[in-house]
Design a protein around this ligand. Sequence first.
Ligand code: NAP
Length: 288
Amino acid sequence: MTLLDGKATSEQIKLEIAEKVREIIARGGQRPHLIAILVGEDGASQTYVAGKERACQQVGFDSTIIRYPDTVDQSTLLDKIREINSDPNVHGLIVQLPLPKHIDEQLVINTIDPSKDVDGFHPENFGRMVLGLPTFVSATPFGIMELLERYKIETSGKKCVILGRSNIVGRPLANLLSQKGYPGDCTVTICHSRSKDIKSITLDADIIIAALGVPEFLKGDMVKEGAVVIDVGITRVKADNKAGFKLKGDVLFDEVAPKCSYITPVPGGVGPMTIVSLLKNTLRASGN
Ligand code: NAP
């Protein structure tokens, strides 16, 4: 079994991005600038945004976090997005999800200028991804594709089962993995909460991607020998430690790992790859 080390891979990618930033600055170019809008006090969202800011600093990007209380008006948020859309000193804009219930998330996404939508959530960018056109591929699927590529994992003709059909993970991944070329050409099956007998489906899979948000859903007896397993899940479960929680993936690692040819850990697998993919999209948004 080989560990798909997202942490080490992402550190390598950060070095590559930092080198590009040095070249940009040396030729008098503009430093890439990412803005993150954070609404409310959700602990996980704050951690994610702080991680993105830290990664920006590591590679030499400018980064700004704009914070609003969870009582913020939708119109205030939309006005701020429009202002950032027209600011030539900002290249990438993300709005950390989820948003409070009184705010229309899709409207917020639709208001971001597609050329600054480095999360790849805008319908224009999502549509371009589906058509296989150059675009901002959303960070988690992008990071998973890159991890497969960097470890040279064979995908052509492989049976790939994706657990979860969200717009930010399962659905875009299914599309990317079924596209022509490497890493793609998979025969893809998507499972969701209405799927029946998921075990019989995963047992037949060469590649399993678990993106459910159900801790330790994928057990050892659901995986065939030699499978590649990618664990996207991150759920905070109560723990008797200082933080009061620990992170659990969607895969019961101790049972599944011995059967795998490759597997991602949680943490240190998909999470860090997601962050560097956001950096890559921001670099691209800055015209580099
Ligand atoms: P989501 O929007 O809640 O979608 C979960 C999907 O799983 C849905 O399609 C749901 O089916 C399906 N599902 C839930 N319970 C199921 C069950 N018991 N059996 C079969 N299908 C089930 O979640 P998401 O945003 O895609 O995130 C999934 C997980 O990945 C979460 O733990 C999240 O924290 C994590 N995540 C990690 C990263 C990262 O950077 N590592 C990035 C994004 C997300 P229905 O559609 O039928 O409801």
